[in-house]
Design a protein around this ligand. Structure first.
Ligand code: MEV
Length: 420
């Protein structure tokens, strides 16, 4: 496969699909075997990743096609249990190709570590004392991670707020740290713990919590896309998608589902690359509520030519070093398949996938509804669970979808009939 635009990819047997991916991403034979085996996480490694391990749990590993991001073609590794996510992302990415695909950018990889200071009589004065000691705090932070500093990262800034709580006033210190290609949780938590005694010393207060914030507002990824009205099937579809967005923008009940669809894409790539799905999800949903009202993470508008334009802005604390990203053999290969070399490039890809996923969902919802596409994929699952393979499976899917009767019992019944 020399391009990621591939028609009929889904019709190939799994091994042939993998061959194509291997060719695109220069995987070795051993790497191909690791992926197809799916059992490549060593039990010893698994046993060190979490506690009380009793085995391993596998999920399907797929690639989304057709993505062009900042002029480069990508195959997107995705891990999910949900049918239609990968197909939807690929379809949306195909629509974006004629207009150049997705254009993405990121801020620096700046994480926040929070320090909670209580028991000071004069919190506003304490705030100033802490700010006066910026250089010493910087020194304590950077001493904890010389490697990060050597590579251009480390302490960036200090922010101090006095907040009102049900337990009275508290002084909240934010250490802003550029963690470069690491997700950064360990780095910033270590720094916060190291700084805490000094904060107590200069203020006379008591520090309790010292932990990162998942609301990573200084680690944003952004992406934008234009889709021609022709590719969408007409201006009416553009209008439908813009109205769907307006609904999500205005109503938290809809925004939750709208953003869930975005996270279908984002989480699948975050998981495939061995990153922390909960960190990214917490950050995304908190960011969606940053104005005080939970709303959409994306925007969709009609431009003056009548075409659809969409944007996303989301915090994405993902890394290429540390954690499962380096330990898990398939996560490492997912990065190789993607071909990204920095955490920021990874975040740009992930934001674009989120935007594509949202587009696919809104397009379906604003036109034929979500069930038609879902049904066909669900029927494939059901037919496979019933034990059907090859042509028989295709036949079962066709009948179940036509008759709108998709369940394992019916699939088994049909199999018996067709057998006769
Ligand atoms: C289903 O997993 C995701 C959708 O509900 C998203 C949406 O409604 O926008 C289809």
């Amino acid at each position: 496969m020399k391009t990621n635009r591939y028609s009929g990819f889904y019709k190939l047997p799994v091994r042939e699909r993998l061959r194509e991916v291997a060719e695109f991403s220069n995987l070795t034979k051993e790497e191909e075997e690791l992926i197809i085996d799916g059992n490549s996480l060593d039990l010893d490694i698994a046993d060190k990743m979490i506690e009380n391990v009793i085995g391993k749990f596998t999920l399907p590993f797929a690639v989304a096609l057709n993505f062009i991001i900042n002029g480069k073609e990508y195959l997107i590794p995705m891990v999910t249990e949900e049918a239609s996510v990968v197909a939807a992302a690929s379809n949306a990415a195909r629509l974006a190709r004629e207009t150049g695909g997705f254009f993405a950018s990121t801020t620096d990889s700046i994480m926040i570590a929070q320090i909670q200071l209580v028991g000071v009589k004069d919190p506003n004065f304490a705030k100033m004392v802490i700010l006066d000691n910026r250089e010493k705090i910087k020194e304590i932070c950077n001493e904890k991670d010389p490697y990060l500093v050597q590579h251009g990262g480390g302490f960036v800034d200090l922010e101090v707020r006095v907040i009102e709580s049900i337990q009275g006033q508290m002084v909240i210190i934010h250490l802003k740290v550029d963690t470069l290609d690491a997700m950064g949780a360990n780095a910033v938590n270590t720094m916060a713990e190291a700084v805490a005694p000094f904060i107590e010393e200069i203020t006379g207060g008591k520090v309790y919590l010292r932990i990162l914030s998942n609301l990573a507002v200084h680690r944003l990824a952004r992406s934008r896309v234009t889709i021609s009205k022709e590719a969408l099937g007409g201006e009416e579809v553009v209008d439908g998608i813009v109205l769907a967005y307006a609904f999500a923008e205005a109503d938290p009940f809809r925004a939750a589902t709208h953003n869930k669809g975005i996270m279908n894409g984002i989480t699948s790539v975050v998981l495939a690359t061995g990153n922390d799905t909960r960190a990214v999800e917490a950050g995304a949903h908190a960011y969606a509520a940053i104005t005080g009202r939970y709303t959409s993470l994306t925007t969709w508008e009609k431009n003056k030519e009548g075409n659809l334009v969409g944007t996303i802005e989301v915090p994405l604390a993902v890394g290429l070093v540390g954690g499962a990203t380096k330990i898990h053999p398939i996560a490492r290969l997912a990065i190789k398949i993607l071909g990204v070399s920095t955490a920021r490039q990874l975040a740009e890809v992930i934001a674009s996938v989120g935007l594509a996923q949202n587009l696919a969902a809104l397009r379906a919802l604003a036109t034929e509804g979500i069930q038609k596409g879902h049904m066909a994929l669900h029927a494939r699952n059901v037919a496979s669970v019933a034990g059907a393979k090859g042509e028989l499976l295709d036949r079962l899917v066709e009948i179940m979808v036509r008759e709108k009767m998709v369940n394992v019992e019916y699939a088994k019944e049909l199999m018996k009939k067709l057998d006769k």
